[in-house]
Design a protein around this ligand. Structure first.
Ligand code: SPV
Ligand code: MG
Length: 544
């Protein structure tokens, strides 16, 4: 990366002891491409800047619009931009303001031409173009020089006398007057296909100050000729906008004709190349350092490996998660919920008929040993997905959105959702009865209650359960490691093959890491049989 000021870089180019080259760019992307190609400077071409917006090179683009585009170009690069500032967009006073605005955007310099506002491109009826009065133009140059804050900011004065048909003498007279007025370099322009008049000017000029040329029309001149004549800076003035136009015309033609993308795919830049040019990698790296919000990194793990019982016909070819409920599979409903919550990293552990799982938008991992029935073995397949902020849940759950919202809002390291509605009314697996440190006090928000046990026993320590665990667990921060530790312990113990997530939760309690309880009252269900499935349709419809 170049640490020299861009004004200084441009000045160095103009005063280098060899002929230097700059290339046109017209937006942030093309400017970055010019720099990547190895150029040491950029021409902010008025023609290209306006052409990319399909307006004419007649100051139809306002000067503030030009400055806004330059801001993107400047941000995207480290090399200097020489702006084609047309006539300075007005009189000496407009010129002063332009210079200040350009300096604020770290532009290396500006070129102004001695025509009248609004100007016309030099290649459109050039001989009919009226030139600015010499003294007036000198005043504009001087005002610009007086306005600049950075001593190295360059003002290039462009002589249009040859374009307008005035001849060499007038061109030289103007060049000299502009040099005396303070111009840092003179641009001499020609519309001829041979370089003769430019070379004649250069010979007479004899390096009084740096000379700049634009060989658009006399492009076939060997570059060596410019070197020999001591030209300071050559501007390749419009070749990115022209290459973009040619490419942009070819692509739609082909797509339109073939009604397919097959032919063009290999001829256009890859999407990965777009990302590279945008600097997408840098953002990913920066996110690791700065984006510390737990929400952004949240992951979800959906356990969907077992076939389940009581739904033989419906799960003949697919696991439960793929059963449609009111027109949408249970899995899709879960994925939609997570995505709405900003959780995009979703892992599904499949097993039974995992090939039937629609893995769009999720990572599918397969527990090949699903038949043994161990939920913990399934969970072990998804440990990579366990982050500092993870939700773990069963794949047959339907629930109201607020339950997940609230779950993600709580600060606790470990959290389980418990439904405190009366057991005979509550939905769900009758094995997952929850015993907690306190009953649900519905009057309290985020009541501090911890889990003591999940079990199928309808009574424990002489008391009834406080509710039913709905099959949803969240681990964040240190909770992740507690979970991994407990899982590691259980893995070495007898009976591991038949253990479920409740065993894991009970081990967390035994280890002194009892999860907090988020009480809810209804608003969820899981699907264990055909009757549930019928209710599920109503439940889903009720939510819509
Ligand atoms: C431009 O690139 O906008 C120029 C050069 O001013 S020319 O189009 O040749 O006038
Ligand atoms: Mg121009």
């Amino acid at each position: 990366m170049n640490t020299i000021r861009r004004t200084t870089q441009l000045r160095n180019l103009l005063h280098s002891d060899q002929t230097e080259f700059i290339l046109e760019a017209h937006n942030g992307l093309s400017a970055r491409i010019v720099e990547e190609a190895g150029f040491r400077g950029i021409w902010g071409s008025g023609l290209a800047l306006s052409a990319q917006h399909a307006v004419r090179d007649n100051n139809e683009l306002s000067w503030t619009q030009v400055v806004n585009i330059l801001e993107f170009m400047s941000d995207a690069t480290t090399i200097p931009i020489l702006l084609d500032g047309d006539t300075g967009y007005g009189d000496f006073n407009n010129m002063r303001r332009l210079v200040r605005k350009l300096e604020q955007r770290d532009i290396g310099g500006v070129c102004i031409e001695d025509k009248l506002f609004p100007k016309t491109n030099s290649f459109i009826q050039g001989e009919r173009q009226e030139l600015e009065d010499v003294e007036t133009f000198c005043g504009k140059i001087q005002a610009g020089k007086d306005a600049q804050q950075d001593a190295d900011f360059c003002i290039v004065a462009r002589v249009e006398a040859l374009i307008a048909g005035w001849g060499l003498e007038e061109a030289l007279r103007r060049g000299e007057a502009y040099r005396r007025a303070g111009a840092d370099a003179i641009l001499i322009h020609s519309k001829l296909s041979r370089p003769d008049e430019i070379l004649a000017f250069a010979r007479e000029w004899d390096n009084r100050c740096p000379l700049v040329i634009v060989p658009t029309k006399y492009y076939s001149t060997p570059t060596e000729v410019f070197r020999e004549q001591g030209i300071s800076l050559v501007i390749w003035a419009n070749h990115l906008v022209r290459s973009a136009i040619a490419a942009m015309q070819a692509t739609p033609r082909m797509i339109h004709e073939t009604e397919s993308l097959v032919e063009v795919e290999g001829r256009v830049a890859t999407v990965a190349e777009i990302f590279r040019l945008q600097g997408a990698d840098e953002l990913l790296e920066a996110e690791k350092i700065y984006a510390r919000s737990t929400r952004q990194e949240a992951t979800a793990i959906i356990l969907a490996a077992s076939r389940g019982q009581g739904m033989d016909e419906l799960t003949r070819d697919r696991p439960k998660v793929m059963i449609p409920v009111a027109g949408k599979t249970v899995l899709r409903r879960l994925v939609d919920k997570f995505k709405a919550q900003g959780i995009n990293d979703i892992t599904v552990v499949g097993g039974y008929r995992s090939e039937a799982i629609d893995a769009q938008g999720v990572k599918l991992v397969v527990n090949a040993d699903w038949e043994s029935g161990s939920e913990l073995a399934s969970l072990s397949c998804a440990l990579d997905a366990l982050s500092d902020n993870s939700v773990l849940l069963y794949g047959d759950l339907l629930f109201r959105t607020y339950i997940l919202n609230n779950l993600m809002d709580w600060e606790s390291d470990l959290l389980v959702v418990v439904d405190s509605s009366p057991l005979d009314q509550a939905a769900g697996n009758k094995n997952d009865l929850a015993y907690c440190s306190a009953a649900d006090d519905r009057a309290m928000y985020q009541q501090k209650v911890s889990l003591e046990r999940i079990s199928s026993d309808v009574e424990w320590q002489g008391r009834p359960p406080d509710g039913r665990w709905i099959g949803m667990l969240r681990a964040r921060g240190a909770g992740r490691q507690h979970l991994l530790d407990a899982l590691g312990q259980l893995r070495g113990e007898p009976g591991y093959e038949t253990m479920g997530v409740p065993d894991l939760v009970n081990r967390l309690v035994a280890n002194g890491h009892a999860p907090q309880v988020q009480y809810i009252s209804g608003h969820w269900m899981d699907i264990n049989n055909l009757e549930d499935l019928q209710r599920a349709g109503d439940f889903a419809q009720g939510q819509a």
